[in-house]
Every structure is written in structure tokens, then in C-alpha cells.
Ligand binder design. Sequence first.
Ligand SMILES: Cc1ncc(COP(=O)(O)O)c(C=O)c1O
Length: 407
Amino acid sequence: MNREIPFLDLVTPHRELQEEFVEVLRKALNSAAFIGGTELEAFEREFATFTGATNCVGVANGTDALRFALMALGVQAGDAVITVANTFIATAEAISQSGARPYFVDIDERTYNMSAAKVREFITTKCHRDASGNVVTSDLGLRVKAVIPVHLYGQMADMDPILAVAEEFGLLVVEDACQAHGAEYFSVKQNAWLRAGSIGHAAAFSFYPGKNLGACGEAGAVTTNSEDVARKIRIIRDHGQAQKYYHDVEGYNGRLDAIQAGFLRVKLRNLAQGNLQRRAAAKRYNELLAETNADVVLPFELVHSKAVYHLYVIRVRNRDEFRERMAEAKVGTAIHYPVPLHLQKAYKHLGYSVGDFPITEAVSAEIVSLPMFPHITEAQIRAVVNHAASVLEGSAAVETLQPVAVS
Ligand SMILES: Cc1ncc(COP(=O)(O)O)c(C=O)c1O
């Protein structure tokens, strides 16, 4: 029997919550409160509480969240912002669209996240201090204002050393938490487990439907512990106005609508459980793949980190062939991301070339994301592993795997 295993099943969870979603719609239709209002405010309060940040500002999508966070923190034309090249393009788009120039650094080979050592190396070898003591890039003389670590695939970047470098060189830190709703990190410095979104000067979340917390459309949010940053973002998202038709600055139409906020409130109640299910699924993948002879690199979780597995990403040698063979077996896979940003056509003008970020490039040629969603079953995971093993071992499907209880 060969049943299809989708890369992502978005239908089942929405079907299960349909009545609650209909209630949200009914409430909105009966009150005509479509923009702003109590539903939005309640979501903002609840999501801030979930992350541990003191403020949350709902916006139209994750890209707006990143861009507005940078703008509210004062990033502008003439500035430089450091990030990684193995991320969704929105991270860099937000930097360019705030007027700044993105500079990329290489990643940690185990976690695929930003390497604090590479940030330091960039600052100490490619930048210098100007007369006022600000760090500026040596090629273009741009002031290095901020750094954006991306919590890729649901695992937080190693924030203690990143924050230490940022503090040493006077940089602001914006977390790209678009894939990391509920991810946790033990900060030795603060002696506490902290959630994604509570640790930088501001953090951006995407609620694109497939995310761990996904809307039924477009949505995003910024979290921050700064009242001032939150206030500025509320103005930027609403055409630069704090009072209707009195525009203090030129802003955007970047609001989160009330219906999406209502849907998100429903789904937020299920987020912690969904994250636990994802972690359990990742554990099963790890256990079962480790029992095979497949030549594969499993995801690496730092001991002081609790990833929420937005994606379950392995490394294999003949990636394209692997994907083809998995597709033949009706197993959905994806690549996040096939071309690092420094080699994308859109960023050709930044002047990077092949070889600039060896780890990022090596990883991007081998990564493949396996099916991952909260309600993926033991049988589906076993089938994926069996097919993967048969491709990677070049042998028949592994029949010897014994069931192991999911914790
Ligand atoms: C790492 C990362 N950054 C930014 C974004 C942008 O979010 P959105 O698609 O909601 O604009 C996404 C989502 O796709 C993402 O995965």
C-alpha cells in the first residue's frame, strides 16, 4: 500500500477548528469590526504573553514586521544590517526596503543558524570605527546599525554570544522569529529559559498559513520589550498616524485585520500542543533515521535550546535524486532554501560571488525538508523513513524497524 504523504497538511487542522473559525467570522460580521478593535487587542495581549515580551503589535505579514521593526529602531538609508544568506528572502528585503544595505555572514554548520564568531569576524575585518566610535563598513562607509539572527526551521540562534557581540559594537538586535513561534533558549547570561521574540530589541513573526502559528491568510506581528518601539510601529503600520488623519510620518498600510486576529486567537490556544507534537515527530524521525544505514545528517539541537521544528531538515548527498525518488514514492519534500541570498539574482548588485560563504553554500546544496506537521502519524513517519532509507542506502525498504513509543 502506498499512500501519499504530503509535505504539509493544512486541511485537517482547519477542518478540526472550523466551528470556532465560523464563530469568529460571525462575530466580525455582526459587529463590522474588521480593522482594529478588541479582537486585535486581545490577540496582541495574548501573543505578547505567549512570547514573554511586554508588547506585541499585529501587522499585515512577517515582512512588514521585520521592516517596521528596523524602521522603528531607526535603521535608514546609509546604514548596514548584518544577517545570514540562508534564509527566506524577506529577511534581506526588509533590510533593503528600510533603506539599509544587507551584509551577510556565514552560519554555524551544525545548526544552520547565524554564527556569532562570523559576525565578530565581519566587524573586526571588514569594518572600522569612525571618528564618533560607530562601526562602519570599510567598503562603503555605511554605519552598521543592527544584526538580524534568523531562528531558522524553528530553532533559536545562539543568542547569548550574538547579543554579546552586538553589545560590544553597539548594534541593535532584531530577531527574525518568523519560523520560531514558541521556540526556547536557555540564556546563561540571564539564567533563564527565554522564548523567541523576547530576547532582542524587537522580533518579527510571520503568521503565513503554514507557520507553527498560521493565519487563514496573511498576518504578522512584532514583539518588543520597548514601549517606544511598539508605539512607533503602531504608527508606521497605520499610515504614520496616531490620531486619524494627522500623519506624523509617512507610514504604510500594514495593519493586521480583526478576522485574522480572531483566527489567530483560536489557533494560539493550540500552539503549545502543536509544538510538542512537532518535537515528538522530530524525535521519532531522529530515532528511526539513526537506526538505518542511511548516509544522512540529522538536525542538530543545541542542549540549551528547544526547537519547535517548523521544518525538519536533513542533509543528503544526492539531494535532487533523493527528492525525485521520494516523489515517486509519493512523499512530499521541499528545500529551504535552494539558493542562498548572496547568489540570488535579486541581490546581484551587492557584489557577492560563489565561495563567499562556504558553509551556507555547502548546506544549501544538500538540505531537504521532510514532511512535518503536528498531526503527522507514527505510520507516516515510519513510511517516510523507510522510503528515505531505501533511497539513501541504495537498498530495499528497511523492514526491520520496530515500533517505539512516542514520548
Ligand atoms: C525566516 C522568514 N523571514 C521572513 C518571512 C516573511 O514572512 P511573510 O511571508 O509573512 O511576509 C518568512 C516567512 O515566509 C520567513 O520564513
